[in-house]
Design a protein around this ligand. Structure first.
Ligand code: ADP
Length: 194
């Protein structure tokens, strides 16, 4: 399947390992403790090395002694990864999340992109927040995240590229089928003539 782009090419879908993306910031699906975890979180800390955890600990003790709230986002170094920074955001847990879990998931995307824009960053790669250990179904998450990204791109014009990185090809396909961007997909390879 050819993966499309959206929003006039500002949103790109790809399959890969987010720790390898050379962007201004990769987003981490963190937990509120900011002290590391499994999934993307573990992969990012392993790939980036101890400098990330050092900065997370510092942010914890100075700004978020009770942990980063769900939907919040903070910026650290990316250590040894090709990216320049990591934006850590905490997604909602699907099973125990209340009626506002879609709003919390949207907050992750909106706050991460607002933080990136504030820091003068133009290219940001996201994993599919909450769709792993936190159990958010990919199809539901696709609709929520695409709407949130669309909103954020409207208010943060300096963001040039949002790269959505899926570990599994199947997840990228489910995202593409269920995304809710206002305009339809455009093929990235210029091969979209009817
Ligand atoms: P959460 O706790 O928010 O659910 P996870 O890290 O468990 O976060 O998973 C989020 C999504 O990231 C899942 O869809 C998972 O398949 C995917 N994922 C896991 N490792 C990577 C990686 N290295 N690069 C990109 N996506 C990844």
């Amino acid at each position: 399947m050819k993966l499309p782009s959206f929003q006039d090419g500002r949103v790109v879908v790809k399959v890969g390992d987010i720790t390898q993306e050379a962007v201004d910031a990769v987003v981490n699906a963190a937990n509120g403790s900011l002290l590391g975890g499994g999934g993307v979180d573990g992969a990012i800390h392993r790939a980036g090395g101890p400098a990330i955890l050092e900065e997370c600990k510092d942010i914890r003790s100075t700004r978020y002694p009770d942990g980063l709230p769900t939907g919040g986002a903070v910026l650290t170094t990316a250590g040894r990864m090709p990216a320049r920074h990591v934006i850590h955001t905490v997604g909602p847990v699907y099973g125990s999340g209340g009626a506002d879990k879609a709003e919390k998931l949207a907050d992750c995307y909106r706050n991460s992109l607002a933080l990136a824009a504030e820091a003068g960053l133009a290219t940001v790669a996201f994993p599919a927040i909450s769709t792993g250990i936190f159990g958010y179904p990919m199809d539901e998450a696709a609709a929520v995240s695409s709407r949130a990204i669309q909103d954020a791109l409207r208010s943060n014009l300096s963001i040039r590229e949002v790269r959505l990185v899926f570990f599994l090809p199947r997840d990228a396909e489910v995202f593409v089928s269920h995304q809710a961007f206002a305009t339809g997909p455009q093929q990235t390879d210029g091969d979209s003539t009817p």
